[in-house]
Design a protein around this ligand. Sequence first.
Ligand SMILES: Cc1cc2nc3c(=O)[nH]c(=O)nc-3n(C[C@H](O)[C@H](O)[C@H](O)COP(=O)(O)O)c2cc1C
Length: 411
Amino acid sequence: MKNIFQNKNIVIGITGGIACYKVLDLIKKLRKLKANVQVIMTKHATKFVDVKVFEKASNNPVQTDLFDPNINYKDYIKKNKPIKHISLADIADLFLICPATANIIGKVANGIADDLLSTSIMATNASVLICPAMNVKMWKNPITQQNIKKLRNLKYEFIDPEYGELACGYKGVGRLANLNKIIDRIKIIIERRNNLEGKKILVTAGATSEEIDPVRIITNKSSGKMGVYIAEQAFLRGADVTLIRGINAVEPQYHFKDIKIHSVRDLFDAIKKNIKNKDVMIHAAAVSDFTINNKSNNKIKSNETLYLELTPTTKIFERIKKIKKNILLIGFKAEYNVSKKILVDRAYELLKDANADFVVANDVGKEGRGFDTETNEVFVVDKNKKVKHLKLADKRIIGNKILDEIKQTKN
Ligand SMILES: Cc1cc2nc3c(=O)[nH]c(=O)nc-3n(C[C@H](O)[C@H](O)[C@H](O)COP(=O)(O)O)c2cc1C
């Protein structure tokens, strides 16, 4: 199998936090995967770890200074020689800031380029992945959070710090994320190609809910992660994304059109309103199969047996192509503890009923698949009943592979 890390240039910016030490292991892991690692350290980072330690680990010179004291820049520029911050920015397949201090986050968010690291980040076209690590109060500080929000909206990616004992003696959120999690995310970013520019994609996610009375609902266990992660990855790949999601769904981390709905009817109304100019629809929402006929307008008293009359809801997925014939339509089919054959057969039936282009089938009865997990294993079934197996992986990876199928299909 192709090693996607091979010969990839990963530029790592190391800033002045205690978690500096942990980056040594990260560099070793990346080199073992055959990536080429270039390190930039801030002045404050060098107070924690000697430059030579990272030179040895990365097998490359570590850069710390924007200006080289031995260069006469007046003559140098005339000769069109490489300038460090531009060269580093240009060679990066991925720019990682790890650990990222509150300070570097603030600088990047506010356009400050006053040292080699911040200037290189400003000059790069590569994806920038930021791994913050800091004291819990620095993390929770609204300025830090506002800076992060601003950067996320500009497509900078983050791996949030974790909860635990902090080196400063506090307990809380602030520990650098697990290194394997960082490697997994690097893999997702390297694999992803920004090739969905110009595509208008409508994604639905999460569970719908039907009211029993003004305070009670029936719903399902969908967390909306699959749909929300697909929407995020499509956005990061340059698509124009509209997300329609049930209120239970996880919060998207990036800024795109985000519509919240409750009932099946709300969902269908929102789809009809937003589908007109779309090229692709990915229907990952877990839509309630029933609505309540005898819904009460007042809170129902709890001292009597209650009978609910359930009637089937609109099969939204089957209506989409009737509303917009030329949309590329992808749906999901969740089954519980069935054989692969039954799973694929049912997905294909759904595909035919809806005249869809793909149906992604998964068995939510198996561990690590389906509802409220970070991972999934799916079978992508196409119009010719050809099946592509996407083995158990982070839902973002699965999402990207589904987006790859979309990219390869003409519509
Ligand atoms: C012992 C010590 C530990 C520190 N640890 C962190 C940290 O984990 N995260 C952080 O954001 N800042 C930390 N700081 C503060 C930063 O070093 C400081 O904000 C500095 O200006 C960061 O500069 P830089 O972002 O250019 O590396 C620490 C400071 C000291 C003295």
